[in-house]
Design a protein around this ligand. Structure first.
Ligand SMILES: Nc1nc2c(ncn2[C@@H]2O[C@H](COP(=O)(O)OP(=O)(O)OP(=O)(O)O)[C@@H](O)[C@H]2O)c(=O)[nH]1
Ligand SMILES: [Mg+2]
Length: 365
């Protein structure tokens, strides 16, 4: 007989939490036919090895290892897709979620006509003591923003702890945004109609072991999720972002080039070269900031990374300066020559930064 309840646990470097978590789940789900699916994004601390070791002796435990991928939402979606159970729970591995809610959630789903039960930190009886002040404020802000695109009055749409019926998942699976951290918000925003839900309070505990994965990339992906749900029906968010970045880049380029030409008095070629160096540096820094924390290049690795990035981008920069200077010499306006050259550089830098993967560099360093 297959499991009635699958507990989907996304993991990234959570080795020291796994045994205790499984022990606690086993205790509270005594008498329930359950399984635990760990969806691990190739953690380097041996999380997946440990889960497999345990799975050799316990057929309720499985590991779904993803290579070259990151993302909590997509991990949960793929974990659910790998299960056949009619009831599906999602919970973190770091013991912040109160496992004693699991049997209560299951009972509600079986006895009441709701499709999803959410563990909430923000209703009577719940708490978020595990969050520090700054994180608490960020969580409240994210919750407030969610109200604009969710079709339901959920008190804690940022919760990563919930249980749903497979029938609800099947209704939303083709409509998911699937990026980022906030799968619950994604479920509510993607559902075709109203979702019947119930919230149960719980106290969000402090992380047991390991490090938080919340970083700039996660916040950025949340912003993309909101944008996608607001305007994605009319125009692809990636396209809008591309246009903004390109236009923003052109404005900054003209500003810096104009300043170097008119205020400092450099000749056109030197000014365009310095502007290109600035663009390549900004490109590298932004990419490094919007990369998950553990892959960010720091110290010596940063210097090595930026050095090789300059070398890789130099081909585009030479083409940029050659084309811009030739155009400038044909008497077209300085700013137009500058931007046309920069477009060549931009396309090249874009190609370089999409192949210059922070994961590979991080691993090799
Ligand atoms: N598979 C996978 N799991 C992830 C990824 N990022 C985070 N997780 C897991 O998702 C769960 C939630 O991540 P946390 O870092 O604990 O996020 P959080 O609870 O908002 O932050 P803290 O309060 O600081 O712990 C944990 O079990 C992580 O291991 C990812 O990219 N892939
Ligand atoms: Mg956590």
């Amino acid at each position: 007989m297959g499991a009635e309840l699958s507990v989907i646990i996304p993991t990234y470097n959570e080795r020291d939490n796994i045994r205790l978590l499984l022990k606690k789940i086993g205790q509270v789900l005594d008498g329930v036919s359950w399984e635990a699916i760990f969806v691990d994004d190739d953690s380097r601390d041996g999380t997946n090895k440990l889960v497999r070791e345990i799975a050799l002796h316990d057929s309720r435990v499985r590991c779904l290892q993803r290579i070259g991928r990151r993302g909590l939402s997509s991990a949960c979606i793929e974990g659910i897709l790998a299960s056949s159970a009619p009831y599906l729970a999602v919970m973190d591995a770091d013991l912040q979620h109160d496992e004693s809610l699991l049997p209560k959630m299951l009972k509600v789903l079986k006895s009441e006509s709701v499709s999803i039960v959410i563990g909430s930190r923000y209703i009577e009886g719940g708490g978020a003591d595990g969050l520090n002040k700054a994180r608490f404020k960020a969580s409240r802000l994210a919750t407030f923003l969610a109200k604009f695109f969710l079709k339901a009055e959920v008190s804690d749409p940022m919760s990563g702890f919930f249980m749903l019926k497979r029938s609800l998942f099947e209704k939303v699976v083709y409509r998911f945004n699937g990026r980022g951290f906030k799968i619950l918000a994604d479920i509510f925003a993607s559902a075709p109609g109203k979702v019947s839900f119930k919230e149960l309070p719980f106290s969000f505990r402090k992380r047991h072991s390991g490090e938080s994965k919340l970083d700039m990339l996660v916040m950025w992906e949340y912003f993309i999720l909101i944008a996608d749900k607001l305007i994605g029906r009319f125009i692809p968010v990636n396209f809008v972002m591309f246009v903004f970045i390109a236009l923003g880049g052109a404005v900054v380029h003209i500003g810096v080039l104009g300043f170097l030409l008119k205020n400092i008095g450099f000749n056109f070629q030197t000014a365009q070269l310095l502007t290109a160096i600035m663009a390549i540096t900004a490109n590298f820094l932004l990419n490094n900031i919007f990369t998950s924390n553990d892959l960010q290049l720091k110290g010596w690795h940063f210097l090595r990374g930026i050095g090789s990035f300059y070398i890789a981008c130099s081909v585009g920069a030479v083409a940029n300066i050659y084309i811009a200077t030739s155009l400038y010499n044909t008497n077209i306006p300085w700013w137009m020559a500058g931007v046309l050259g920069a477009i060549i550089g931009f396309v090249w830098n874009y190609a370089v930064s999409s192949t210059f993967t922070w994961r590979k560099i991080g691993k090799n360093c």
